[in-house]
Design a protein around this ligand. Structure first.
Ligand code: BT5
Length: 326
Protein backbone atom coordinates (compact mmCIF):
# COMPACT_ATOMS: atom_id res chain seq x y z
CA UNK A 1 0.00 0.00 0.00
CA UNK A 2 1.26 3.49 -0.76
CA UNK A 3 1.53 6.18 1.91
CA UNK A 4 -1.65 7.91 0.68
CA UNK A 5 -3.57 4.65 0.82
CA UNK A 6 -2.33 3.96 4.35
CA UNK A 7 -3.28 7.46 5.52
CA UNK A 8 -6.74 7.21 3.96
CA UNK A 9 -7.27 3.70 5.34
CA UNK A 10 -6.35 4.88 8.87
CA UNK A 11 -8.61 7.93 8.63
CA UNK A 12 -11.48 5.91 7.25
CA UNK A 13 -11.08 3.26 9.98
CA UNK A 14 -11.37 6.04 12.58
CA UNK A 15 -14.82 7.00 11.19
CA UNK A 16 -15.89 10.24 12.84
CA UNK A 17 -12.93 10.10 15.19
CA UNK A 18 -9.47 11.54 14.68
CA UNK A 19 -6.07 9.90 14.27
CA UNK A 20 -3.12 11.67 15.84
CA UNK A 21 -0.10 12.68 13.85
CA UNK A 22 2.07 10.68 16.25
CA UNK A 23 0.03 7.53 15.67
CA UNK A 24 0.19 7.90 11.89
CA UNK A 25 3.88 8.63 11.97
CA UNK A 26 4.56 5.53 14.06
CA UNK A 27 2.30 3.30 11.95
CA UNK A 28 3.79 4.45 8.65
CA UNK A 29 7.40 4.88 9.80
CA UNK A 30 7.48 8.49 8.57
CA UNK A 31 8.18 11.80 10.29
CA UNK A 32 5.21 13.90 11.32
CA UNK A 33 6.36 16.49 8.79
CA UNK A 34 6.21 13.90 6.02
CA UNK A 35 2.68 12.90 7.07
CA UNK A 36 1.66 16.56 7.09
CA UNK A 37 3.02 16.97 3.55
CA UNK A 38 1.02 13.95 2.29
CA UNK A 39 -2.14 15.17 4.02
CA UNK A 40 -1.74 18.53 2.31
CA UNK A 41 -1.35 16.78 -1.03
CA UNK A 42 -4.57 14.84 -0.39
CA UNK A 43 -6.30 18.10 0.53
CA UNK A 44 -5.12 19.56 -2.75
CA UNK A 45 -6.87 16.66 -4.50
CA UNK A 46 -10.09 17.62 -2.71
CA UNK A 47 -10.07 15.40 0.39
CA UNK A 48 -11.44 17.46 3.28
CA UNK A 49 -9.15 16.54 6.13
CA UNK A 50 -9.39 18.52 9.31
CA UNK A 51 -6.11 18.92 11.19
CA UNK A 52 -6.24 19.84 14.84
CA UNK A 53 -3.06 20.24 16.89
CA UNK A 54 -4.57 18.36 19.82
CA UNK A 55 -6.62 15.60 18.23
CA UNK A 56 -4.90 14.98 14.92
CA UNK A 57 -6.46 14.33 11.55
CA UNK A 58 -10.10 13.66 10.68
CA UNK A 59 -11.56 12.80 7.27
CA UNK A 60 -14.66 14.90 6.55
CA UNK A 61 -15.35 14.15 2.94
CA UNK A 62 -13.79 12.67 -0.14
CA UNK A 63 -13.88 14.36 -3.54
CA UNK A 64 -15.63 12.91 -6.55
CA UNK A 65 -12.36 11.97 -8.22
CA UNK A 66 -11.07 8.49 -8.87
CA UNK A 67 -7.89 7.95 -6.91
CA UNK A 68 -6.32 4.48 -7.10
CA UNK A 69 -5.10 4.49 -3.49
CA UNK A 70 -8.48 5.59 -2.21
CA UNK A 71 -10.28 2.88 -4.18
CA UNK A 72 -7.86 0.21 -2.93
CA UNK A 73 -8.63 1.08 0.70
CA UNK A 74 -12.34 0.45 0.06
CA UNK A 75 -11.87 -3.15 -1.11
CA UNK A 76 -11.76 -6.30 1.03
CA UNK A 77 -8.88 -8.77 1.39
CA UNK A 78 -8.23 -11.18 -0.16
CA UNK A 79 -9.60 -10.43 -3.60
CA UNK A 80 -8.85 -10.95 -7.26
CA UNK A 81 -10.84 -8.15 -8.89
CA UNK A 82 -9.14 -4.90 -7.93
CA UNK A 83 -5.86 -6.43 -6.72
CA UNK A 84 -4.26 -3.54 -8.49
CA UNK A 85 -5.93 -0.35 -9.76
CA UNK A 86 -4.69 2.26 -12.21
CA UNK A 87 -6.43 5.54 -12.98
CA UNK A 88 -5.78 7.57 -16.13
CA UNK A 89 -7.03 11.11 -16.63
CA UNK A 90 -7.65 10.34 -20.27
CA UNK A 91 -7.00 7.42 -22.57
CA UNK A 92 -8.27 6.08 -25.88
CA UNK A 93 -10.17 3.14 -24.39
CA UNK A 94 -9.51 1.40 -21.07
CA UNK A 95 -9.95 -1.92 -22.90
CA UNK A 96 -6.90 -1.00 -25.00
CA UNK A 97 -4.82 -0.24 -21.91
CA UNK A 98 -5.78 -3.54 -20.31
CA UNK A 99 -5.12 -5.43 -23.56
CA UNK A 100 -1.54 -4.12 -23.43
CA UNK A 101 -1.18 -5.15 -19.78
CA UNK A 102 -2.56 -8.60 -20.65
CA UNK A 103 0.01 -9.03 -23.40
CA UNK A 104 2.74 -8.01 -20.96
CA UNK A 105 1.70 -10.92 -18.75
CA UNK A 106 0.17 -8.89 -15.91
CA UNK A 107 -1.77 -11.16 -13.55
CA UNK A 108 -5.54 -11.15 -13.47
CA UNK A 109 -7.56 -8.75 -11.39
CA UNK A 110 -6.00 -5.46 -12.49
CA UNK A 111 -8.55 -2.70 -13.10
CA UNK A 112 -7.94 0.38 -15.23
CA UNK A 113 -10.19 3.44 -14.90
CA UNK A 114 -10.12 6.58 -17.03
CA UNK A 115 -11.77 9.87 -16.14
CA UNK A 116 -12.45 10.21 -19.86
CA UNK A 117 -11.99 8.15 -23.02
CA UNK A 118 -11.33 9.64 -26.43
CA UNK A 119 -12.26 6.44 -28.27
CA UNK A 120 -14.58 4.64 -25.90
CA UNK A 121 -16.30 1.85 -27.81
CA UNK A 122 -19.26 -0.46 -27.63
CA UNK A 123 -19.75 -3.71 -29.48
CA UNK A 124 -19.13 -3.92 -33.24
CA UNK A 125 -17.03 -0.76 -33.11
CA UNK A 126 -19.89 1.47 -31.98
CA UNK A 127 -18.98 4.66 -30.13
CA UNK A 128 -19.33 4.92 -26.34
CA UNK A 129 -19.73 8.41 -24.96
CA UNK A 130 -17.30 8.86 -22.03
CA UNK A 131 -17.12 12.51 -20.91
CA UNK A 132 -14.64 13.53 -18.16
CA UNK A 133 -15.61 13.00 -14.53
CA UNK A 134 -19.21 12.02 -15.30
CA UNK A 135 -19.15 8.26 -15.32
CA UNK A 136 -17.24 5.13 -14.52
CA UNK A 137 -15.30 3.98 -17.54
CA UNK A 138 -13.13 1.01 -16.65
CA UNK A 139 -11.84 -2.41 -17.67
CA UNK A 140 -10.95 -5.53 -15.71
CA UNK A 141 -8.45 -8.21 -16.74
CA UNK A 142 -9.38 -11.81 -15.96
CA UNK A 143 -7.69 -15.10 -16.81
CA UNK A 144 -10.49 -17.54 -16.05
CA UNK A 145 -8.95 -20.60 -17.76
CA UNK A 146 -12.24 -21.63 -19.38
CA UNK A 147 -13.25 -22.80 -22.85
CA UNK A 148 -14.22 -19.95 -25.20
CA UNK A 149 -18.02 -20.50 -25.05
CA UNK A 150 -17.93 -20.19 -21.25
CA UNK A 151 -16.48 -16.69 -21.42
CA UNK A 152 -20.05 -15.42 -21.82
CA UNK A 153 -20.53 -16.34 -18.17
CA UNK A 154 -18.32 -13.42 -17.25
CA UNK A 155 -20.58 -10.94 -19.06
CA UNK A 156 -23.49 -12.45 -17.15
CA UNK A 157 -21.60 -12.08 -13.86
CA UNK A 158 -20.67 -8.49 -14.67
CA UNK A 159 -24.31 -7.65 -15.31
CA UNK A 160 -25.50 -9.16 -12.02
CA UNK A 161 -22.68 -7.45 -10.11
CA UNK A 162 -23.45 -4.08 -11.70
CA UNK A 163 -27.14 -4.41 -10.96
CA UNK A 164 -26.57 -5.21 -7.27
CA UNK A 165 -24.00 -2.43 -6.80
CA UNK A 166 -26.21 0.19 -8.47
CA UNK A 167 -29.18 -0.90 -6.38
CA UNK A 168 -27.33 -0.75 -3.05
CA UNK A 169 -25.60 2.54 -3.80
CA UNK A 170 -28.59 4.40 -5.30
CA UNK A 171 -31.77 2.61 -4.20
CA UNK A 172 -32.79 2.29 -7.87
CA UNK A 173 -33.97 -1.05 -9.24
CA UNK A 174 -32.06 -1.65 -12.47
CA UNK A 175 -33.00 -4.34 -14.95
CA UNK A 176 -30.74 -6.39 -17.19
CA UNK A 177 -31.30 -6.43 -20.93
CA UNK A 178 -29.59 -9.30 -22.67
CA UNK A 179 -26.75 -9.45 -23.43
CA UNK A 180 -24.94 -6.49 -21.99
CA UNK A 181 -27.14 -3.58 -20.96
CA UNK A 182 -28.29 -2.31 -17.58
CA UNK A 183 -31.50 -0.31 -17.77
CA UNK A 184 -33.28 2.01 -15.39
CA UNK A 185 -36.85 2.94 -16.35
CA UNK A 186 -36.28 1.31 -19.77
CA UNK A 187 -33.25 3.48 -20.54
CA UNK A 188 -29.65 2.33 -20.73
CA UNK A 189 -27.51 3.42 -17.80
CA UNK A 190 -24.59 1.01 -18.26
CA UNK A 191 -23.08 -1.25 -20.89
CA UNK A 192 -20.56 -4.06 -20.89
CA UNK A 193 -18.01 -4.81 -23.60
CA UNK A 194 -16.41 -8.24 -23.22
CA UNK A 195 -13.33 -8.83 -25.36
CA UNK A 196 -11.25 -11.97 -25.29
CA UNK A 197 -8.12 -13.53 -26.56
CA UNK A 198 -8.51 -17.25 -27.05
CA UNK A 199 -7.02 -20.39 -28.49
CA UNK A 200 -9.49 -22.92 -29.93
CA UNK A 201 -10.05 -24.69 -26.61
CA UNK A 202 -8.87 -22.18 -24.01
CA UNK A 203 -9.40 -18.54 -23.21
CA UNK A 204 -6.11 -16.76 -22.63
CA UNK A 205 -7.64 -13.68 -21.10
CA UNK A 206 -10.89 -11.77 -20.90
CA UNK A 207 -11.24 -8.01 -20.73
CA UNK A 208 -14.46 -6.80 -19.16
CA UNK A 209 -15.08 -3.19 -20.18
CA UNK A 210 -17.74 -1.40 -18.18
CA UNK A 211 -19.30 2.01 -18.79
CA UNK A 212 -21.72 3.49 -16.23
CA UNK A 213 -23.44 6.84 -16.79
CA UNK A 214 -23.27 8.28 -13.30
CA UNK A 215 -23.54 12.07 -13.14
CA UNK A 216 -24.37 13.12 -16.69
CA UNK A 217 -27.19 15.65 -17.09
CA UNK A 218 -29.76 15.06 -19.83
CA UNK A 219 -28.21 17.88 -21.89
CA UNK A 220 -24.86 16.08 -21.85
CA UNK A 221 -26.20 13.22 -23.96
CA UNK A 222 -26.26 13.99 -27.68
CA UNK A 223 -29.85 14.26 -29.04
CA UNK A 224 -29.72 10.83 -30.69
CA UNK A 225 -28.96 9.16 -27.33
CA UNK A 226 -31.37 11.12 -25.13
CA UNK A 227 -34.34 8.82 -25.69
CA UNK A 228 -32.48 5.60 -25.03
CA UNK A 229 -29.87 6.57 -22.41
CA UNK A 230 -30.01 7.95 -18.90
CA UNK A 231 -27.75 8.45 -15.88
CA UNK A 232 -27.99 7.57 -12.20
CA UNK A 233 -28.13 11.28 -11.38
CA UNK A 234 -31.06 11.85 -13.76
CA UNK A 235 -32.92 8.88 -12.27
CA UNK A 236 -32.32 9.66 -8.58
CA UNK A 237 -32.35 13.44 -8.92
CA UNK A 238 -29.05 13.78 -7.08
CA UNK A 239 -25.35 13.37 -7.80
CA UNK A 240 -23.87 9.99 -6.92
CA UNK A 241 -20.41 9.56 -5.35
CA UNK A 242 -18.40 7.76 -8.00
CA UNK A 243 -15.63 6.34 -5.77
CA UNK A 244 -18.13 4.56 -3.50
CA UNK A 245 -20.02 3.19 -6.51
CA UNK A 246 -16.79 2.08 -8.22
CA UNK A 247 -15.70 0.19 -5.10
CA UNK A 248 -19.14 -1.41 -4.72
CA UNK A 249 -19.06 -2.65 -8.32
CA UNK A 250 -15.59 -4.15 -7.91
CA UNK A 251 -16.59 -5.87 -4.65
CA UNK A 252 -19.69 -7.37 -6.26
CA UNK A 253 -17.78 -8.44 -9.36
CA UNK A 254 -15.15 -10.12 -7.20
CA UNK A 255 -17.92 -11.97 -5.37
CA UNK A 256 -19.52 -13.18 -8.62
CA UNK A 257 -16.16 -14.19 -10.08
CA UNK A 258 -15.61 -16.26 -6.90
CA UNK A 259 -19.04 -17.88 -7.40
CA UNK A 260 -18.12 -18.83 -10.96
CA UNK A 261 -14.73 -20.22 -9.97
CA UNK A 262 -16.42 -22.28 -7.26
CA UNK A 263 -18.66 -23.91 -9.90
CA UNK A 264 -21.73 -21.92 -8.86
CA UNK A 265 -22.57 -20.30 -12.17
CA UNK A 266 -26.15 -21.55 -11.96
CA UNK A 267 -26.74 -19.32 -8.90
CA UNK A 268 -25.46 -16.30 -10.87
CA UNK A 269 -27.63 -17.31 -13.84
CA UNK A 270 -30.74 -17.62 -11.62
CA UNK A 271 -30.15 -14.15 -10.23
CA UNK A 272 -29.61 -12.82 -13.74
CA UNK A 273 -32.86 -14.39 -14.99
CA UNK A 274 -34.79 -12.94 -12.06
CA UNK A 275 -33.81 -9.42 -13.12
CA UNK A 276 -33.69 -9.79 -16.87
CA UNK A 277 -36.32 -8.03 -18.95
CA UNK A 278 -35.57 -10.17 -22.00
CA UNK A 279 -36.39 -13.63 -20.62
CA UNK A 280 -40.01 -14.61 -21.15
CA UNK A 281 -40.51 -12.12 -24.00
CA UNK A 282 -41.04 -12.58 -27.68
CA UNK A 283 -38.01 -11.01 -29.25
CA UNK A 284 -36.25 -10.34 -32.49
CA UNK A 285 -32.46 -10.66 -32.36
CA UNK A 286 -30.24 -9.22 -35.04
CA UNK A 287 -27.00 -11.16 -35.42
CA UNK A 288 -25.02 -9.50 -38.20
CA UNK A 289 -27.22 -9.81 -41.29
CA UNK A 290 -29.46 -12.45 -39.73
CA UNK A 291 -32.69 -11.78 -37.85
CA UNK A 292 -33.99 -14.51 -35.54
CA UNK A 293 -37.40 -14.36 -33.91
CA UNK A 294 -38.71 -16.34 -30.99
CA UNK A 295 -39.32 -16.50 -27.28
CA UNK A 296 -36.35 -15.92 -24.95
CA UNK A 297 -36.66 -18.97 -22.67
CA UNK A 298 -33.73 -18.87 -20.28
CA UNK A 299 -29.97 -18.61 -19.89
CA UNK A 300 -28.01 -21.71 -20.87
CA UNK A 301 -25.14 -23.30 -18.92
CA UNK A 302 -22.48 -21.35 -20.66
CA UNK A 303 -24.26 -18.01 -20.42
CA UNK A 304 -25.93 -18.05 -23.85
CA UNK A 305 -29.56 -17.01 -24.33
CA UNK A 306 -31.79 -19.97 -25.18
CA UNK A 307 -34.31 -18.88 -27.78
CA UNK A 308 -37.29 -20.97 -28.86
CA UNK A 309 -37.54 -20.00 -32.49
CA UNK A 310 -40.66 -19.57 -34.59
CA UNK A 311 -40.02 -23.12 -35.83
CA UNK A 312 -40.16 -24.52 -32.31
CA UNK A 313 -36.56 -25.52 -31.75
CA UNK A 314 -34.09 -24.05 -29.25
CA UNK A 315 -31.24 -21.94 -30.52
CA UNK A 316 -28.27 -20.89 -28.33
CA UNK A 317 -27.45 -17.23 -28.98
CA UNK A 318 -24.28 -15.69 -27.64
CA UNK A 319 -24.51 -12.18 -29.05
CA UNK A 320 -26.76 -9.82 -30.97
CA UNK A 321 -29.06 -6.84 -30.65
CA UNK A 322 -32.40 -7.64 -29.18
CA UNK A 323 -35.73 -5.91 -29.58
CA UNK A 324 -38.77 -6.98 -27.64
CA UNK A 325 -41.78 -7.61 -29.86
CA UNK A 326 -45.39 -7.21 -28.77
C1 BT5 B 1 -22.01 -1.41 -24.97
O1 BT5 B 1 -21.99 -1.57 -26.32
O2 BT5 B 1 -23.00 -1.15 -24.32
C2 BT5 B 1 -20.65 -1.57 -24.29
C3 BT5 B 1 -20.16 -0.29 -23.66
C4 BT5 B 1 -18.87 -0.49 -22.93
C5 BT5 B 1 -18.21 0.80 -22.58
C6 BT5 B 1 -16.99 0.58 -21.71
S1 BT5 B 1 -16.35 2.05 -21.06
C7 BT5 B 1 -14.92 1.27 -20.52
C8 BT5 B 1 -14.55 0.29 -21.62
N1 BT5 B 1 -13.71 0.91 -22.62
C9 BT5 B 1 -14.32 0.98 -23.80
O3 BT5 B 1 -13.83 1.50 -24.83
N2 BT5 B 1 -15.55 0.43 -23.72
C10 BT5 B 1 -15.80 -0.09 -22.40
P1 BT5 B 1 -23.27 -1.63 -27.27
O4 BT5 B 1 -24.28 -2.56 -26.71
O5 BT5 B 1 -22.74 -1.89 -28.61
O6 BT5 B 1 -23.89 -0.19 -27.17
C11 BT5 B 1 -23.34 0.91 -27.83
C12 BT5 B 1 -24.47 1.90 -28.12
O7 BT5 B 1 -24.91 2.49 -26.89
C13 BT5 B 1 -24.04 3.06 -28.99
O8 BT5 B 1 -24.19 2.74 -30.34
C14 BT5 B 1 -25.02 4.16 -28.56
O9 BT5 B 1 -26.27 4.00 -29.19
C15 BT5 B 1 -25.22 3.85 -27.09
N3 BT5 B 1 -24.33 4.66 -26.22
C16 BT5 B 1 -23.15 5.24 -26.49
N4 BT5 B 1 -22.64 5.85 -25.42
C17 BT5 B 1 -23.52 5.66 -24.43
C18 BT5 B 1 -23.56 6.04 -23.06
N5 BT5 B 1 -22.57 6.72 -22.46
N6 BT5 B 1 -24.64 5.67 -22.34
C19 BT5 B 1 -25.66 4.97 -22.89
N7 BT5 B 1 -25.68 4.58 -24.17
C20 BT5 B 1 -24.62 4.90 -24.92
Amino acid sequence: MTTDAQILAALRAAGDGAVSGAELSQKLGLTRAAIWARVNELRRLGYEIEASPHLGYRLHSTPDVLHADDLLTRLPHPRIVGRDIQVFQSTTSTNDVVEKLARDGVREGVVVFAESQTQGRGRLGRKWLSPPGKGLWFSVLLRPGVRPPEATRLTVATATALRRAIQTETGLHPAIKWPNDILVNHRKVAGILTELSAEPDRVKHVILGVGVDVNLNASEFPPDLRRQATSLKIETGEPIARPALAAAILRELDADYARIRAGEFSAVADEWEAHCTTVGQTVAIRIGQRLVRGRAESLGDEGALLLRTEHGHIERIIGGDVTVEQ
